[in-house]
Design a protein around this ligand. Structure first.
Ligand code: NAD
Length: 369
């Protein structure tokens, strides 16, 4: 039995609605579970701007630094389109990522059996799919210098982006991937382009060294990034954890996301370095979707990506793997009953509101006791 401190940052648009369902789940766990969750809430994004003129307060960032996990809803919306660049809603999220040094982005692609027909791939390829893409988030070609467009005369311009990785950046992201694989099916596929890129040669070398020195018990394979994209749509179930750089990770995680259907279903996590004393990592868990202003306030949002993000926090930050499994099973049970929010509605299924989906998930969780 443990007491966990969670910081909840619901944000804007549907953020507070989907976070509201996590809050109900936490209340239920506090009343019925073994552990206790102490919850603190804060403002981030447009709502923080409205209240304080900034997208996040220093004290909220400080609370994030000491929380066992941060749960983040979504930020932004047309109301704040014209605010100054450095106080725009997204700046709050970027500041959290930077100050907490969240260099590892985790995007699982899990296909619930009841939704296997909603994928663009055949049912047998995606049914039961459970893979995890670990993307390096703070380095590589998106941040490397020089990054310029130069006029070179004769009506020509030259654009330069720089793909750059240092050993330590590859070491730390590969350790995250190997650690996660040990909690899953113990296999890591490392993806780069060593055949044409020097950064790929170093990536391959460093991942191999970390594996040999610290993680020989985990299965490691190297897959060229183009082949990895192809294999993801040919036979995605061959993978367990895929570790890759910022650019390839951006693309491969979107391909993997599409295997599972709607945006409203996709959770994610961002992790920082492990504390040398406790081994704990700073962490932020959020749905992949945005604030969906088109459906905000109508009870139409799908809460599963947000609830799935909480389950990831339990699995990867709070070491409550069995409880994470139970929550994911409760989501699967609600879907298996034919209940669907509007975004995942199919013929013959019953449309429910966000609150009714939350009810069904909590009810299914109760039945497992
Ligand atoms: P979005 O993800 O908010 O919405 C895209 C579409 O998916 C919309 O039709 C929306 O209704 C639907 N959708 C999204 N989440 C859903 C859910 N849980 N249930 C049901 N349907 C859902 O992306 P957008 O429309 O491009 O952006 C809207 C706002 O969100 C913008 O201000 C954007 O900057 C912001 N945004 C924030 C984040 C974040 O906070 N991390 C991420 C993406 C976009």
């Amino acid at each position: 039995m443990a007491n966990f401190n969670l910081l909840l940052l619901p944000g804007d648009g549907i953020g507070p609605e989907v976070m509201g369902q996590v809050r109900r789940l936490i209340d239920w766990l506090n009343a019925n579970g073994d552990d206790t969750f102490e919850v603190q809430e804060g403002l981030v994004g447009g709502c923080a701007y409205d209240a304080h003129g900034v997208s996040i307060l220093d004290e909220t960032v400080a609370a994030a630094q000491v929380a066992d996990a941060v749960l983040f809803g979504a930020v932004g919306g047309p109301k704040w389109d014209d605010v100054d660049y450095d106080v725009r809603p997204e700046a709050g999220l970027l500041r959290l990522r930077k100050d907490l040094e969240l260099f590892a982005n985790l995007r699982p692609a899990i296909c619930f059996p009841a939704l296997a027909d909603a994928s663009s791939l055949k049912r047998e390829l995606v049914e039961g799919l459970d893979i995890l893409i670990v993307r390096e988030l703070t380095g590589g070609v998106y941040f490397g210098e020089p990054k310029t467009i130069t006029d070179i005369g004769n009506g020509q311009k030259r654009a330069i982006d720089t793909q750059v990785y240092d050993t330590y950046e590859i070491e730390r992201i590969s350790r995250v991937a190997f650690d996660l694989a040990r909690k899953r099916r113990n296999k890591v596929s490392s993806s780069e382009k060593r055949n044409v890129m020097k950064s790929g040669v170093l990536w391959n070398e460093v991942v191999t060294q970390v594996h040999r020195a610290e993680y020989a018990d985990v299965e490691l394979e190297h897959v060229l990034a183009d082949n990895c994209g192809m294999q993801l749509v040919r036979n995605p179930k061959q993978f367990d954890v895929i570790v890759t750089d910022n650019l390839f990770g951006d693309m491969l995680s979107d391909i993997a996301a599409m295997l599972t259907g709607s945006l409203g279903m996709l959770p994610s996590a961002s992790l920082g370095a492990a504390d040398p004393k406790t081994g704990k990592r700073k962490s932020l868990y959020e749905p992949v979707h945005g604030s969906a202003p088109d459906i905000a306030g109508q009870g139409l949002a799908n809460p599963i990506a947000m609830i799935g993000s909480f389950a990831m926090a339990l699995r990867y930050s709070l070491d409550r793997v069995a409880l994470a499994d139970r929550i994911e099973a409760a989501i699967a049970a609600a879907l298996a009953k034919g209940l669907r929010t509007a975004d995942i509605l199919q013929d013959g299924m019953t449309q429910v509101s966000i609150g009714e989906m939350g009810d069904a998930i909590i009810e299914a969780l109760g039945q497992k006791d």
